[in-house]
Design a protein around this ligand. Structure first.
Ligand SMILES: [Zn+2]
Length: 558
C-alpha cells in the first residue's frame, strides 16, 4: 500500500520540485550544518595549500599527500571507502607529456617571414604521446571560430580539406545574436578544448588559438602558466584523433601572421561572424618540431561514501566533487615559496568545503535515503581528467546518480546577499537552490561572467556529459557591509592577479563567512536530493538532456 501511495504522490509531484519551502530545512539539518565552520575550512586549506604539498601537481608527492589527507579525513568522520572495489582511491593512469617548443618559430611566405618568441608570443604543446612531432611547411588557414554545430546550422569548415594544415582559430563562439550560440553566454563550442578537438577531427596537423582576454576569459599570463611544464592526458582512446601541435598565440602575434598573408585580422574576424564564412588560406607556412618526453603517470580520485538508509534508494547516489590537484611548481623558477602554485582558492578551498559538507552529512541523526558520495578528483587543471575518468568508471551507474554538486573555489570575501549559480536555467536543481537560498535570507543570481563558459570549466561538466544534473555555485557579488560593485571588483582582481599564479595563497584577510553559508546551502541541497524520490532533471531541451535519457535507458536495459 505504501508503495502504491508513493507512486501516486510521485506522479502528482512529478518533476516539479519547486514545492520546497524554507520550512523544509529541519532542525536536525540545521544542527548538522553547524559542522560547517570557517575554522574547519581554514584548517584544511592551510594544510592542502601549504608549501609542503608543492602545488599538488598530478602524480607528485604533493598529490599523494593531499590524497592521503583526504582519505584520512573521510575515515575520521566515519565515511566508508567509496571507490569501485571498496577502496578509498580510484587509481587512474595518465600520460605525462613535456613538450620542448623552439625558442622561436617562423611563419614564411616566399622570402618574407614573421618570427614568434616562445612564451612571449606563443606557446605550443602536443596532443600526441610521441617523442617528436614535426610540421614541415604546413599551410596556415584561418578558420574563424572553428565550429561545426548542426543544431545552429553552423559549419566554419564548409568541407574544406584541412588535413595536415595549421588552423588559426578564434576562441569563444559567435556572440552578437542572442538566438545563436546563446548570445553572450559561452557554450562548449566556445571553449579552447573544443577548438583542438574540432581541429583534430578535421585531420589538421595543428591549431593556433588566437588569445584575446575577452575571448579567453583570462589574460595571457594564465595561458603561459597553464600550458608550460608537463601536460597530462588520459591514455588515448583509439577512436579519438590526436592533434600533433596545439598552440596559442597572442593577438598581436596573430595580427602579424595575418598581415604576412596579406590579410587584416579584424576583417577576417568580422567575416567569421556570419554563417557563410569559409576558411581563408593565408598562403603562409609554418615549420616546427616539438621534442617531447612521454611518461606513464599514476594518480587517483579519492572517494568516500555514506550509505543510503532507504533499502530501495540506497543504490542511487548524490555525488559531490572537488578537485584536489593544482599546477605544481613553476618550471625553471628559483626554488622557494614563490615558485609554488599553492592553489589555496583553486581548489584547496573546494576540497575543504567538500570535507566540511561530508562532516555535516555524517552529523545528521539519520542518514539520507540515497547514498552520498564525496569524490576528491584528480588532474582537473589538466582538462578535467580525474572527473572524466570517474564519469566513465562511476561507482554506481550514471543513471543512478541523482545529482552532482561540484565545489571549485569558495567565496573568500565575506557574507553576501546573493549566491551565483553557474548554468542557472539548465536543470530543476535551480528550484531547490532558490528555496534554500531564500531560507538563508539570500537570493540566487545567474553567472556574473557568462562569457567565460564556467559551466564547462570544472568537474560538473564531466558529470553533465554522462547526463547527471549538476549544480555549481560561485560566490555572490552583493557583499554585506561593502559598497555596490565591491564583490565583483574582488572577483575580477583575483582573476587578474592570482588565478593560476603562485600568489593564490591562504591569506589572513580571507573572510570565509560567505563560504560557510554557500557550503551549508550545498549540504542542504544534497540532503534534499538524497531524500526526495523523484530525481532532479535537466530542463527540456537542455544540451545534456539526451545524455540523461540514454543513461536512464541503459538502466532499464539491464
Ligand atoms: Zn584551476
Amino acid at each position: 500500500m505504501r508503495g502504491a501511495i508513493a507512486v501516486v504522490l510521485t506522479a502528482l509531484v512529478g518533476a516539479t520540485l519547486a514545492a520546497l519551502t524554507p520550512a523544509v530545512i529541519t532542525p536536525a539539518e540545521r544542527a548538522a550544518a553547524r559542522a560547517i565552520r570557517a575554522e574547519r575550512l581554514t584548517m584544511d586549506v592551510r594544510f592542502l595549500a601549504s608549501d609542503l604539498l608543492e602545488g599538488r601537481a598530478p602524480a607528485t608527492r604533493g598529490d599523494e599527500i593531499a590524497r592521503a589527507y583526504v582519505s584520512a579525513r573521510f575515515e575520521g568522520m566515519g565515511l566508508q571507502p567509496g571507490a569501485p572495489g571498496g577502496s578509498w582511491e580510484q587509481p587512474l593512469q595518465l600520460v605525462g607529456i613535456t613538450s620542448k617548443a623552439p625558442e622561436a618559430i617562423r611563419f614564411a611566405r616566399g622570402g618574407d617571414g614573421v618570427e614568434l618568441r616562445f612564451h612571449d608570443d606563443y606557446i605550443a604543446f602536443t596532443g600526441m604521446a610521441r617523442p617528436e612531432v614535426r610540421l614541415d611547411a604546413a599551410e596556415v588557414v584561418f578558420v574563424g571560430y572553428g565550429i561545426v554545430a548542426p543544431e545552429h546550422r553552423w559549419d566554419d569548415f564548409k568541407g574544406a580539406d584541412l588535413r595536415g594544415k595549421v588552423l588559426l582559430v578564434m576562441n569563444n563562439d559567435p556572440e552578437d545574436d542572442p538566438a545563436l550560440f546563446a548570445g553572450k553566454t559561452r557554450l562548449y563550442y566556445g571553449r579552447w578544448d573544443y577548438k583542438y578537438e574540432a581541429a583534430a577531427r578535421q585531420g589538421a596537423a595543428g591549431a593556433i588559438i588566437i588569445h584575446t582576454k575577452p575571448s579567453a576569459g583570462y589574460g595571457w599570463q594564465v595561458v603561459q602558466t597553464s600550458w608550460t611544464g608537463e601536460q597530462f592526458r588520459l591514455p588515448a582512446a583509439s577512436e579519438e584523433p590526436g592533434l600533433p601541435v596545439a598552440a596559442w598565440a597572442t593577438e598581436e602575434a596573430c595580427r602579424r601572421i595575418a598581415r604576412l598573408g596579406g590579410q587584416d585580422l579584424d576583417a577576417l574576424r568580422a567575416a567569421a561572424q556570419k554563417r557563410d564564412f569559409r576558411p581563408v588560406p593565408l598562403g603562409v607556412t609554418l615549420s616546427l618540431a616539438l621534442r617531447n618526453e612521454v611518461h606513464g603517470r599514476q594518480t587517483a580520485n579519492v572517494i568516500g561514501r555514506l550509505p543510503g538508509s532507504d533499502p530501495a534508494l540506497a543504490r542511487e547516489a548524490v555525488i559531490y566533487t572537488a578537485h584536489h590537484d593544482h599546477l605544481g611548481v613553476k618550471p625553471g623558477a628559483q626554488e622557494g615559496p614563490d615558485a609554488i602554485y599553492n592553489g589555496a582558492l583553486d581548489n584547496a578551498s573546494g576540497v575543504a568545503a567538500l570535507l566540511a559538507v561530508a562532516e555535516a552529512m555524517t552529523a545528521l541523526p539519520e542518514r539520507p535515503r540515497r547514498t552520498v558520495l564525496f569524490a576528491s578528483v584528480a588532474a582537473e587543471e589538466q582538462g578535467l581528467l580525474g572527473s572524466k575518468y570517474l564519469a566513465s568508471n562511476p561507482p554506481v551507474p550514471a543513471g543512478r546518480l541523482a545529482a552532482n554538486i561540484n565545489l571549485d573555489g569558495v567565496n573568500i570575501w565575506g557574507r553576501t546577499k546573493d549566491v551565483t549559480v553557474v548554468g542557472l536555467g539548465k536543470s530543476n536543481l535551480d528550484d531547490w537552490i532558490r528555496a534554500l537560498a531564500a531560507a538563508q535570507g539570500r537570493e540566487v543570481v545567474g553567472d556574473q561572467f557568462p562569457d567565460r563558459g564556467m559551466f564547462y570549466r570544472s568537474d560538473q561538466f564531466s558529470m553533465a556529459q554522462i547526463g547527471v544534473p549538476a549544480a555549481y555555485l560561485k560566490a555572490g557579488i552583493r557583499t554585506i557591509g561593502r559598497p555596490a560593485g565591491w564583490g565583483r571588483e574582488q572577483q575580477e582582481a583575483f582573476e587578474a592577479k592570482d588565478y593560476h599564479q603562485p600568489s593564490d595563497e591562504l591569506r589572513a584577510d580571507w573572510d570565509l563567512a560567505g563560504a560557510v553559508e554557500d557550503a551549508q546551502l550545498l549540504f542542504y541541497l544534497g540532503v534534499k536530493v538524497a531524500n526526495t524520490t523523484p530525481m532532479p532533471a535537466w530542463r527540456p531541451g537542455d544540451e545534456f538532456e539526451a545524455a540523461r535519457k540514454q543513461a536512464l535507458a541503459e538502466l532499464a536495459d539491464r
